[in-house]
Structure formats: structure tokens, C-alpha cells
Design a protein around this ligand. Sequence first.
Ligand SMILES: CC(C)(COP(=O)(O)OP(=O)(O)OC[C@H]1O[C@@H](n2cnc3c(N)ncnc32)[C@H](O)[C@@H]1OP(=O)(O)O)[C@@H](O)C(=O)NCCC(=O)NCCS
Length: 339
Amino acid sequence: MSRFLIQQQDPFIHKKEILELWAENLPDTPPGRLEWMMDGNPAGPAKWFFAFDSKTNQLAGMISVMPKLLILHGQIIRAGIMGDLVVDKRYRVFGPALSLVKSVIKSMADFGFDFIYTIPNSDSRKLMEHAGFEVLGELVHMLKPLDLNYYFRKYGPGLLSHLPSSCLQLVMKAISRETYVSPGKVYEADSINEEFDAFCQDIERYKQRITAHRNSVYLKWRFLDNPAGGFRVLVHKGKSNNDLSSYLVYAVEDRRIHLYDIFCKDEISVLSLINMLAHIGFRDNCIGIYIRLLEQNPLLPLLRRCRFIDTRDKASVFMYSNKTIDLSGWDFFSGDRNI
Ligand SMILES: CC(C)(COP(=O)(O)OP(=O)(O)OC[C@H]1O[C@@H](n2cnc3c(N)ncnc32)[C@H](O)[C@@H]1OP(=O)(O)O)[C@@H](O)C(=O)NCCC(=O)NCCS
């Protein structure tokens, strides 16, 4: 008999243990995450696997996989985002961790996943390699400084830190691409309604080679109903027809603006949104705008022209598939993660 028994089960049976494992091992997990993962995702509820000690029947570890729909060349495909991998400390090191990952892989076809992906931390990176995952690309973390003095004081050359912030700010503004577009019709959306449906469908069909399948139901669940909370939506509308031309999703935490998603008809409207976001940041005394995106994201060059700079923080996105599937050019942002 093997040391661990792996079973797919309804997570609510083990809600108490899940909350305990999160609290101890992944303490940033917001309360309400389990309910959010199981209810409201148009791609379906997350699947959970649990590892039990065969002798004592004690719960030794867990893993989840959250369904996600993408559009590849105009066709819907189905992915699974693997996460919540935790093994109780008493069962670590050649315990059930690898078997949990392999159980997800084995069930891919049953769940109808074309591929699965995950962003492992340093503790689980090797496990993914052993399980047969491959690196899809690097997730870069970029920053557009707003309070330049803050960054110079923290990292920078002593000389510049004595210059007045307003002076540095003017230089930065002068070399940032978004400075030279008119803000246009940009405003904060207080809801995500049907007008997002036509807009998303239009872009998915004609613009992006591969992108998340978005509509108002998905966006509302992914951001507005997310227990992580604090997500805000900024939209840009065309001057003549009043139609949506782009949106971005952001949240403010600890004087930092974090960007989670950008979806756009054209780059000019993104510049208007970033221009407005920088205004909001200055108004609210934020130190910078942060964004995580895959290096292959087509918007990366535009962000560089807006003076987003690379931080040293990087992470790899790993993927597994039994099919030949070309994911190059995916406009992957933090919104494509399972958190
Ligand atoms: C991540 C976590 C689940 C890993 O569990 P674990 O029991 O330490 O994992 P394992 O013992 O199976 O793997 C430990 C090592 O053995 C290696 N290993 C496992 N099975 C192997 C095999 N069959 N052959 C060769 N090497 C193997 C792993 O690659 C890993 O190598 P490393 O120590 O050099 O990194 C655990 O540390 C944990 O719960 N951490 C807290 C929560 C967390 O961080 N989760 C990840 C979120 S992304």
C-alpha cells in the first residue's frame, strides 16, 4: 500500500483544514477565497485533490486547479490554473507533493483542459520540473515611479536624491510617452455591464492571437467579486461614438498602484488610461505604478515607452500539455493568475 492516498473531493468537506493550511503556509490568502473559487467562475468551479496518510487517514496536503477560458485564433480553449499546493509540515520532503501535482496532470483530459499552468515559488519550482512542466515564459515585474525621491532615497545615486522632486518629476514626465496624448474620455466605471460584452468580443475576434476569454460575467467575478478586494476599473471611450475602446483594472495598496489587466482596441487609448492613472497616483500620493506581465505580452514595448522600468523581481510561468499548443504572444497579466 502506498503511503498516501490521493483523492479528488468536494473542498467544503475539508473547509476547516484548508483554512488552517492557508493560514499557516499561504497567509496572504483572503477569507472567502474558497467560496469565490467554487462559485461564479463562468468556466466552472475549481477542482481539488487531497492527500491522506494511508495509515491514519490524516489530511497531509492539497492542490487545486481553477478552470479558465482563453481564445486562441478565435476559438475557445480551456486551461487550468494550478495552485494552493500545500503539504502539512509533518509530511514534507518526498511526501505527497509530487503525487498531488501528478494527479492534476492525470485528470487533465477528464476536466477538458487543453493545458495547465502555474507560477511556482522557489519551494515548488523543482517539483514542477520533475512533474514534466516546462517554462512558458518569464513574468516580469515593472514599475513606473511616481515619487522619484522615494526610489532615489531607497536605491539611487545620492546626488540625485538631493534634487527637488518636482524637478525630477518634470524630466520623467517629458520623456514618458503617455504625456503626449489627450486624456480623452476616461473615467472610473462603477459597474461592469453588458457594454463590456460587445467590446471584449470584438477584440477577441480580431485583435489578439491568444488572450483570456473576457465578458462582463467573467470580469465581474474575477475582479469585483474577488475577496482580495479593492479592484477598480478605469475605462476609455471613443470621442465620436461613445463606445468602449479600452479598460484597465487596478488596485491601490500601501501607496502602490498595482495594474492587473489591460484590454484595448488601440494603443492610444491605453496611453490615455495610463496618463489618467498617473494623475490618480499623484493625487493620492502613491509612490509608483506596478505591473506584472509575461515578457511576450504585446503591450510590453508600449509600457517601456511610458517609462515603466524592470524591477529585479521575476517569476517563471510553467505549463503542461499533452497537445502541441502555441501560446506565444499571450497578453498575460496578473489578472490571468488564480489570485
Ligand atoms: C511547496 C511544498 C508543497 C513542497 O512540498 P515538499 O514536501 O517539500 O516537496 P518534496 O519533498 O516532494 O520535494 C522536495 C524536493 O525533492 C524533489 N523531488 C520530489 N520528488 C522527486 C523525485 N521523484 N525525484 C527527484 N526529486 C524529487 C523536489 O524537486 C524538491 O527538490 P528541492 O528540495 O531541491 O527543491 C511545501 O514546501 C509547502 O507546502 N510549502 C508551503 C506552501 C507553498 O509554498 N506552496 C507553493 C505555492 S506556489
